[in-house]
Design a protein around this ligand. Structure first.
Ligand code: KG4
Ligand code: ZN
Length: 358
């Protein structure tokens, strides 16, 4: 069959991304505009501001990817765009723009589920990954364990009852005022805590108990540990008479304790998921693969923990490179390719397709 070219657009949160991938899985062009630094300075994402920035940048980002691929919109065979889940105002910008391009150049539109895109990207870089496989998505907005059974079929094993892990990293890093230290100024919360933890002089000073260890399911929780750490920081600030922008003395050890308990929690849930999948025979023994994706998947300490569980239980761990783990347009284009190749959810008539809740 003839090779086709799919363009993908991502605007679900705070990254404006575009990727161009062909139906063989070759990456032809890409471009990304991150709003990360702006939101970091505001102490969090302000949704109308995020939408304004997507509106300002989406055209330039798409044209940038086309230029790198040395292609025009006319050469593209279909346009894939994230329509769910995410910040509604942000999703609207990409969806409107993608549909506008499809209308103008008479191309089919492929609506994409952001989480499915995160889960499937690993298949672009490792063509040996076949359905069904286990997937752990950990980022600033999501936390879930699922069995990817097909391009559009996922069995959810568990998700978080409160924060996503990246959200807990970001909130705690902000509370620790790590951004006040020059070395950390441009890092995400997760990167900052990973770096601080690596400098711990006594990594076991704080031994936090993994949450919900009595529950034998795949449910996650991160807010409790974050609150315990926050209470410790407040106590230090009061009783050590710290200046308003001063970082607590034990910050590196606290980061190490936090990173360790989160890793242990993720490892417990992964072990549960693997045992459950085995009991229910959800994944044939010759295909046992775990895909880890999402921004928190970039954390090497967490990955080492997950690797230990995987090798103990006979699973192969696949982790896409950081630029494919965090939000990007390439994963949206690749999901478009997966849908194109499976002939699933490709719309020539897309007037009524809009952003969706989940
Ligand atoms: O996937 P992503 O770009 O956006 C979504 O949340 O969808 O992930 C961003 C999140 C942030 O919360 C950030 O703190 C976290 O991923 N993150 C990390 C690391 N790098 C990014 N968390 C832990 N360790 C890291 N090295
Ligand atoms: Zn994401």
């Amino acid at each position: 069959t003839e090779t086709k070219v799919i363009l993908g657009i991502e605007t679900s949160c705070d990254d404006t991304g575009c990727g161009i991938v062909d139906t063989q899985g070759n990456l032809l062009g890409e471009s990304l505009h991150s709003q990360h630094q702006i939101h970091l300075n505001n102490g969090g994402i302000i949704p109308p501001l995020a939408a304004d920035l997507h509106r300002e940048n989406v055209d330039r980002v798409v044209q940038g990817a086309l230029k790198k691929a040395r292609l025009n919109v006319e050469d593209i065979d279909a346009i894939a765009t994230t329509v769910k889940p995410g910040l509604p105002m942000s999703l609207k910008i990409g969806t409107k723009y993608g549909k506008y391009l499809c209308q103008k150049y008479n191309k089919p539109f492929i609506p994409i589920h952001h989480m499915e895109a995160h889960a499937l990207t690993a298949r672009m870089i490792d063509k040996s990954i076949q359905f069904p496989f286990l997937v752990l998505l950990i980022s600033g907005g999501h936390c879930l364990l699922a069995v990817a059974q097909n391009v559009d079929k996922f069995l959810l094993l568990g998700d978080s009852i409160d924060d996503a892990p990246g959200e807990a990293f970001d909130k705690l890093a902000r509370r620790m005022k790590l951004k006040n230290l020059p070395e950390y100024a441009t890092l995400s919360g997760g990167q900052a805590i990973e770096l601080a933890a690596s400098k711990a002089t006594n990594p076991l000073q704080f031994e936090f108990k993994p949450p919900m260890s009595a529950y034998k399911d795949c449910t996650f929780s991160f807010a409790g540990i974050k609150n315990i750490c926050t209470r410790y920081i407040i106590k230090e600030e009061i009783f050590k008479d710290l200046a308003p922008d001063e970082v607590i003395p034990d910050v590196n050890n606290l980061c190490a304790g936090f990173l360790l308990v989160i890793t242990r929690h993720l490892c417990h849930r992964l072990q549960r998921a693997i045992e459950y999948a085995a009991r229910k025979q959800l994944i044939p023994t010759d295909k046992q693969t775990l895909v880890v994706s999402g921004g928190v998947g970039c954390n090497n300490f967490i990955a080492e923990g997950l690797e230990i569980v995987c090798s103990e239980l006979g699973y192969r761990l696949v982790r896409p490179p950081p630029k494919l783990c965090t939000d990007n347009g390439i994963m949206i284009a690749w999901n478009g390719v997966e849908r194109w190749n499976a002939n699933l959810g490709i719309y020539k008539d897309f007037d009524n397709i809009d952003i969706q809740k989940s």
